[in-house]
Design a protein around this ligand. Structure first.
Ligand code: PLP
Length: 417
């Protein structure tokens, strides 16, 4: 059946769809598949028990059925938005009102709205793009625009650090904000690399955005104040020119599909119109479950005292395993500053990262090929073919088995080079 241009664009092969298919296959495949691929957060018993308690309470108080039997408005559940306003104003000097916050069906949904509002074809025959100032960037941005050519990205500066680590920084000398840029967008911490943009980098990007009269989008899916999977000092950042996106997913509720956007009222209003047309309203179940945690600020305590140490411990374990098992000097790990992933760089990898992905998949291990994480960047750069992303959030046993397969494969590939 012929599809529209829109239909063709959204039915072609996309990295994020392959990733979500793999994730599903990995989950369905049970013990046969070692799932170090997708972005699923860990099942942390303390968090899951607390969420279960809250759900039982909602059920017995009749609030669960109440939430499920009613639509919210297109901006999302008011009680949750009000509680978030209070939480953020208590924590930071942002002076938010309910007009500054909206909810979406996951933050992925918010990026679709944002990218299509701020980039694409404009009525004056101009075409605007979203600028990713620090590639590699999140795979999920790659196809989230109805227009074909909506993204442009900048290669990073790479600094090699001691003990087999490296770090990306924004190359401000090379970064150009031309007049066809509609917004600047970064994830902080960054998926896939675990990089956290420094305060200086964020302030510099803010100045560039303001100077060019465009918004700075900060994707805070892993950041502060929740879920706070961030191992470096990083000051939370927002002002009226910033669009800050948060999510309940990495707190432990990816199935609730709840994203949170903080922006100036004009943007919230525009996005709420998109929400009304495409979704009627965002789901209310995640907001209802988490509402008591936001009101009491327990969400901050759980993030700081349970979630962050859990992931930090897991990251350290995975790094130790990787460094003890992969013995070649060409192997480097991006400094683990946050998020659920380790970004591994194999210099002069004898095959492409996608071929490595297929080889590992044939041995029962799922990882993600790094080449997907350069949306908007000319792939004619060897580095894009030399990296993979590994999710370290799964069971210790699964991570260890997966790393063993990876290490054996890599050591053999380099031995036969
Ligand atoms: N942003 C980043 C950086 C992510 O890694 C993800 C999911 O993995 C998302 C946004 C979207 O998450 P969700 O739609 O579950 O909020």
């Amino acid at each position: 059946m012929p599809y529209s241009l829109f239909g063709n664009k959204f039915t072609q092969h996309s990295g994020i769809t392959e990733l979500m298919d793999d994730l599903n296959e990995g989950v369905q495949g049970g013990d046969d598949i070692l799932m170090l691929g997708g972005g699923n957060p860990a099942a942390i018993p303390e968090i899951q028990n607390r969420l279960q308690e809250l759900m039982q309470q909602l059920l017995s108080e009749g609030k669960l059925i109440n939430t499920l039997s009613n639509y919210d408005g297109p901006q999302g559940k008011n009680t949750f938005i009000d509680a978030l306003v209070e939480l953020f104003n208590d924590l930071y000097d942002w002076k938010l009102t309910a007009q500054n916050i909206m909810l979406t069906n996951g933050s992925q949904n918010a990026f679709f709205y944002l990218f299509n509002l701020l980039a694409g074809d404009f009525s004056d025959d101009k075409n605007k793009k979203i600028l990713f100032p620090l590639a590699p960037e999140y795979i999920g941005y790659a196809d989230a625009s109805v227009s074909e050519d909506a993204f442009v990205a900048q290669r990073p500066k790479i600094t090699e650090l001691a003990d087999g680590f490296f770090k990306y920084n924004v190359d401000f000398d090379a970064l150009k904000v031309t007049e066809d840029i509609g917004a600047i967008c970064v994830s902080r911490p960054t998926n896939p690399t675990g990089n956290v943009l420094t305060d200086d980098e964020i302030n510099h990007l803010d100045r560039l955005a303001k100077k060019n009269n465009i918004p700075l989008i900060i994707d805070n899916a892993y950041g502060t104040p929740f879920p706070n999977i961030i191992f470096e000092n990083a000051t939370p950042f927002w002002n009226a020119n910033t669009i800050l996106c948060l999510s309940l997913s990495k707190f432990g509720l990816p199935g609730a599909r709840c994203g949170i956007v903080i922006a100036k009222p004009e943007i919230i209003k525009a996005m709420s119109s998109l929400s009304g047309i495409t979704a009627l309203s965002p789901g209310g179940i995640g907001p209802e479950i988490v509402l008591p945690l936001v009101k009491s600020k327990e969400i901050i305590q759980l993030s700081n005292e349970v979630i962050k140490p859990f992931y930090q411990g897991k990251a350290n374990k995975a790094i130790t395993l990787l460094q003890s098992k992969i013995t070649i000097p060409e192997f480097k790990i991006h400094k683990a500053e946050g998020a659920l992933f380790l970004w591994l760089w194999f210099k002069e990898l004898p095959i492409s990262s996608n071929e490595l992905y297929k080889l590992l998949k044939s041995k029962g291990l799922l990882i993600v090929s790094g080449h997907y994480f350069f949306p908007g960047l000319d792939q004619n750069w060897q580095h894009t073919q030399e990296c993979i992303r590994v999710n370290y959030a799964q069971d210790d046993k699964v991570v260890e088995q997966g790393i063993t397969i990876l290490a054996d494969t890599i050591n053999e590939l380099y031995a036969n080079k």
